[in-house]
Ligand binder design. Structure first.
Ligand code: ZN
Length: 285
């Protein structure tokens, strides 16, 4: 079944751009998601995610082991998950902190893995901003965007190979791109809008200030002394005026403002990260 499903998807992936050309963003998201759901099983997703995680470690990707930092990000995810599950059934989410202060990035892979580079935690001013970014990545998972994106990027048969453990070369390439702060192709704009809207909802319901995500976008765009030069998240999450204004008007329409920021708790985590920091690759950048 699996092979036939992927063959069908390979054919579809050629035909779909033509079919989807005339769709609205919402229709397109719906169609793409149902295809990924039908043809990439959750077991496949889990296998792909676990393989990527193992390959990242095999390639020497370093993870932050500091229990204070880990408890911090795991705590944020644990507080978000019940709100995610009020909207949609999702499996467990595993969060990993990659030890690279130069890279401002976060990404989600199939199988419920969220990776955040230590550079992103250092660039954030408070917990509300981190919660916004993690909520955005979890929203991609809940909507099954990572699996869909991999199918579009590498092709259905390649993704099937990953799920079956048949393509170590591609797996190594995917892991290297992720760890190096390189990026997989950006999600479609409709997927980004969907993840933004869900992120605001999760964060607000979990009690943080949903304006944190917007603030983080604005600061990435404008840059400041805290923000390292290598902004991988920015390259997949363009902070256009349109995006920021749309988020602000969503918040105004819903009357969502205020909530926890926890700048003090976040400052402690940043201090721990600075102490264990590796030498920067681009001094003075
Ligand atoms: Zn995104």
């Amino acid at each position: 079944m699996r092979t036939r499903g992927f063959a069908a998807l390979a054919a579809l992936s050629v035909a779909l751009p033509l079919v989807l050309g005339g769709c609205t963003a919402r229709q397109r998201t719906k169609i793409e998601t149902s295809i990924a759901t039908a043809l990439v099983s959750e077991e496949d997703e889990e296998a792909i995610g676990d393989a990527i995680h193992a390959e990242i470690e095999r390639q020497g990707g370093r993870f932050v082991r500091d229990p204070i930092v880990r408890t911090y990000v795991e705590g944020i995810v644990a507080r978000l998950l019940p709100e995610v599950r009020r909207v949609k059934a999702v499996e467990d989410v595993h969060v990993h902190v990659l030890d690279d202060p130069d890279v401002v990035n976060a990404f989600a892979t199939p199988g419920g893995h969220v990776f955040v580079h230590s550079g992103l935690l250092l660039a954030a001013r408070d917990e509300a901003e981190v919660a916004g970014v993690l909520a955005h990545e979890i929203a991609h998972l809940a909507a099954r965007h990572p699996a869909r994106r991999m199918v579009w990027m590498y092709g259905a048969s390649a993704v099937a190979g990953l799920a079956l453990g048949k393509d170590p070369a591609l797996l190594a390439q995917v892991a290297a791109e992720l760890v190096g702060g390189g990026v997989l192709a950006a999600n479609s704009r409709s997927a980004e809008r969907e993840a933004d809207d869900l992120a605001l909802l999760y964060v607000h319901r979990a009690g943080w200030d949903p304006r944190g995500l917007v603030r983080f976008f604005v600061r990435l765009r404008e840059g400041d002394g805290d923000v390292p030069a290598f902004l991988a998240w920015l390259s997949t999450h363009p902070t256009s005026t349109e995006r920021i204004e749309r988020l602000r008007s969503e918040l105004r329409a819903r009357g969502w403002e205020g909530g926890d920021e926890n700048a003090d708790g976040h400052a402690i985590v940043k201090e721990r990260l600075r102490k264990s920091e590796r030498p920067r690759r681009r001094p003075g950048a």
